[in-house]
Design a protein around this ligand. Structure first.
Ligand code: SF4
Length: 341
C-alpha cells in the first residue's frame, strides 16, 4: 500500500529558559511511516512525547531536526544541531537552517482532533462560526449559501442537528463538543488526521460512540489516522498497526495483532501485562510485570536505552549505547539490545 506520511529521525527538543543544553528532549529520533487509509495507534504513558510527536509531525511545533515526507514530498528537512562529546554530553553546533515547505496547503490536508474539546473550541464563537472559520481559512466555498450548506452538512455528518449551528460550545455535552471538534477537522476535507486522545476526556459511556464515528468517517472519506492514546486497550481494536513510545523514543512498532500477541520490547511487555486479556492462552503465558520507579525526566533522560533505569533485563551495555530501532521480524520493529543477539 502507498505510504502517505514518513518521518525519519525526528527530534523535538524544547529549550528551557535559564537552563544550558537541549532542554526538554521530548521526541528522540523517531522514524515511522503511515500507509494511506490505515490507522496507526500510538501509545505510552503521559509525558512520553506522543502528543508532541503528533504536533511536530503537523509542524504545530517546529521540529528540531529530522525529515517529514508527506505524499512523497519533503515538507521538513533539518540537520541535528546536537552531537555528543567524548563524555556523552550533548553539545550544540551550528547547522544550516532547516528547510520547510509552505505549510498552508498541508494545513488543509493534515488536521488534528484535540483531547479536550471544551478547551479547544472558542467559547465566544457559535458552532457554525467555529466550523465556518475553518472553511474561511482555506476558501473552500464560492458563495455564502454554499458555506452555510457545508456547515449544515458537516453537522449532520457528525450526528448533530443543523439548528445547533447557532449555539455556543458550553451548551453542549462533552461528547457533542467533541463532535464539533471532529466536524471542524473534517470541514477542510483532510486526508490525514492526528487524533490526539480524542476520547480520554469523555464519559466512558460515549467513548465508543465517538470511536465508531471516527471509524465510519475513515471508511467513508478514505482518511488516514495517527491515533494517540495512553491506553493500549483503546487503540488495539481500531489500529492496523501500533507504535509504543517511552520517554520520547519509539521502542516498538508492529501490526496490532502481532504486537498484542508477541510483544518484543520489555516496555511493551509491561504495558500489555497490565491489560486484561480475554484469550486464556495469552494470559497464561503473561505474568503481570510492575515497573519500579517513576518515569525519568525528559530534561535529563538516562543514557543509552532510555528505559534502562526501569527495565528488569537491563545490563551494563544498556546504559552505554542506544539500541537501534530496527526491523527485528518482517514488519515488526523494536529497539532493544536483547533482540540483537
Ligand atoms: Fe531493557 Fe536493555 Fe532492552 Fe533497554 S536495551 S529495553 S534496558 S534490555
Amino acid at each position: 500500500d502507498k505510504i502517505l506520511l514518513e518521518v525519519k529521525n525526528l527530534k523535538k527538543y524544547f529549550p528551557v529558559k535559564g537552563v544550558k543544553g537541549p532542554g526538554v528532549q521530548a521526541v528522540e529520533n523517531v522514524s515511522l511511516f503511515i500507509r494511506k487509509g490505515e490507522t496507526l495507534g500510538l501509545v505510552g504513558e503521559s509525558g512520553c512525547g506522543k502528543t508532541t510527536l503528533g504536533r511536530t509531525i503537523l509542524q504545530l511545533h517546529e521540529p528540531t531536526s529530522g525529515e517529514i515526507i508527506y505524499d512523497g514530498k519533503p515538507i521538513f528537512q533539518g540537520q541535528d544541531p546536537w552531537t555528543r562529546d567524548g563524555e556523552g554530553k550533548l553539545v550544540h553546533r551550528k547547522v544550516p537552517k532547516a528547510k520547510s515547505a509552505n505549510m498552508l496547503p498541508y494545513r488543509r490536508k493534515m488536521q488534528i482532533i484535540f483531547q479536550d474539546p471544551s478547551a479547544s473550541l472558542d467559547p465566544r464563537m457559535t458552532v457554525g462560526e467555529i466550523i465556518g472559520e475553518a472553511l474561511d481559512i482555506h476558501k473552500l466555498y464560492s458563495s455564502k449559501a454554499e458555506r452555510s450548506d457545508r456547515i449544515k452538512e458537516l453537522l449532520r455528518m457528525v450526528g448533530l442537528n443543523t439548528e445547533h449551528a447557532n449555539r455556543y460550545p458550553h451548551e453542549f455535552s462533552g461528547g457533542q463538543q467533541q463532535r464539533v471538534g471532529i466536524a471542524r477537522a473534517l470541514a477542510v476535507k483532510p486526508e490525514f488526521i492526528v487524533c490526539d486522545e480524542p476520547i480520554s476526556a469523555l464519559d466512558v459511556s460515549i467513548q465508543s460512540q465517538v470511536v465508531n464515528m471516527l471509524e465510519d468517517m475513515q471508511e467513508e472519506l478514505g482518511l488516514t489516522y495517527l491515533f494517540i492514546a495512553h491506553d493500549l486497550s483503546v487503540v488495539r481494536h481500531i489500529s492496523n498497526r501500533i507504535g509504543v513510545m517511552y520517554l520520547g523514543s519509539l521502542v516498538e512498532l508492529a501490526e496490532s495483532y502481532e504486537l498484542n500477541k508477541h510483544p518484543l520490547h520489555p516496555y511493551t511487555q509491561t504495558l500489555l501485562s497490565a491489560v486484561p486479556v480475554p484469550d486464556p492462552e495469552v494470559s497464561r503465558s503473561r505474568q503481570r510485570i510492575v515497573l519500579e520507579g517513576d518515569i525519568p525526566s525528559p530534561m535529563n533522560p538516562p543514557s543509552g536505552c532510555r528505559f534502562h533505569t526501569r527495565c528488569p533485563y537491563a545490563t551494563k551495555a544498556c546504559s552505554e549505547s542506544v539500541p537501534e530501532f530496527r526491523e527485528v521480524e518482517p514488519g515488526h520493529y523494536a529497539a532493544c539490545h536483547l533482540l540483537n543477539k
